[in-house]
Design a protein around this ligand. Sequence first.
Ligand code: URA
Length: 508
Amino acid sequence: MKIHSIPPDFAAWRRQARTLLRDGVPPGEVGWSSDPGQGELFGRDSGATIPSSQPVPASSLAVPKAFLDLAECVACHRDQSRWGLLYSLLWRLTRGGEKPLLRLTTDDEVIRANRFAKEVGRDLHKMRAFVRFREVSGESANGREQFVAWFEPVHHIVRRNAPFFRKRFTNMNWSILTPDECAHWDGERLRFTPGLSRSSAPEDDALEELWLTYYRNIFNPARLKLKAMQAEMPVKYWKNLPEAPVIRELTTRASHRREIMIANPGLSPRPAPPNPYLRNLHARNEVSPLPALDPAELESASLADLREQAACCRACPLWDRATQTVFGEGSPDASLMIIGEQPGDREDLEGRPFVGPAGQLLDRALAEAGIDRDAVYLTNAVKHFKWKAPSPTASGHPARGPRRLHDKANRHEQETCRPWLVAEIAKVRPRVIVTLGATAASSVIRASFSVTAERGEVAGAIRIPFDGRVFATVHPSYLLRMRDQKQKTRAFDDFVADLKAAQMATVS
Ligand code: URA
């Protein structure tokens, strides 16, 4: 007999699944479908036909936490087959005795569930990145200004994302309206109401003008790359962004402004925004509430997901003057991870670590040490290029040479970036880490570490959760700066010897 059920949300699905499990109903005998009369019932009252009046104690349904985490995420997917998929996995986990099921990366259902979770994860991040609040005239009952945003998520993610917005914009009243469901925060309580039509979103309020002005002012043409912008912000989201009308205007003016900025490297047109919402963002140096790393999502994220999230990182001010985030690259199964300081000018433009002069020297040293660069995972302690303009010469003429000079990231910037590095290490799980120079050593080993005095394999505890071996050596740019040729050759040989020792440690 087929039983039809309509789970309105994860909690209801869980209740129904328990009942079905208890009654021994196999997945093949359950059809999960939506009631066409009510559309999808996510977040609303259920039309379930399975009686759920006999609660089953939670203890009788023991499943790994990893399954619950995955299932909660998959439940947000818009694909109708998600409930059946989850029930089948649950059945196999509890009735079929397939305990390590989730680790079976070739299992079709596990693959599909992970794909759903990934798609939901991507949508969560897009929402965090592209929701823009607009002020609604009039104060709310508690005297706080009221902000509204309209967003059209791909999946049912409003409830899952609402706590993020509550935390981020806790000091203002806001509503996020979507066609599925709306979330509201009044300083005390998160509430959810049914979805709305597009016309309910405020179009022409004061904040919109303000936002456009602000956006014009902070717009940095040196960072303008239409392709990257479209990849990062798919065109379908553009229509909901208040800044969309100015994008074309700004793009046509960009090349002119770029010239002006190159001629005036210190140019900083950013005004203090007069509005609490914008002040909020400005204080954090954010143009938009973009995601910092969420530890809860780290578990299910792949390296590619991390790279995608890091591309949006605004957690410290460095993103503002950099062209892009330079995330690590190389083999995701590398047994050797090499960590540098921060991208340089070339890396910033190309979006890859170690492709400039220091990278070329590193390549030579790796080759000499018999290490294949493609087999290594290369990354940096800080993922954005920090630079300063050269000071004018004594005669008052502009300085010759590179226009953007490397500027060391400060402690705050290093610390803010560390979670990305910790995440890369957790994902790649190398056997050996090599730190190049002081910044990498202070991020991985300890702030007071002296490369000169303590170079070589590091004994004792380090700051990062890592159970492999750690080697510290000099940064290739230190070698590049050496003038004395003999000294330089000796230093290069020592550097190669350090890399060799680290490589040996990956197999011993
Ligand atoms: N120096 C670094 O530390 N990292 C790079 O990616 C390039 C230069």
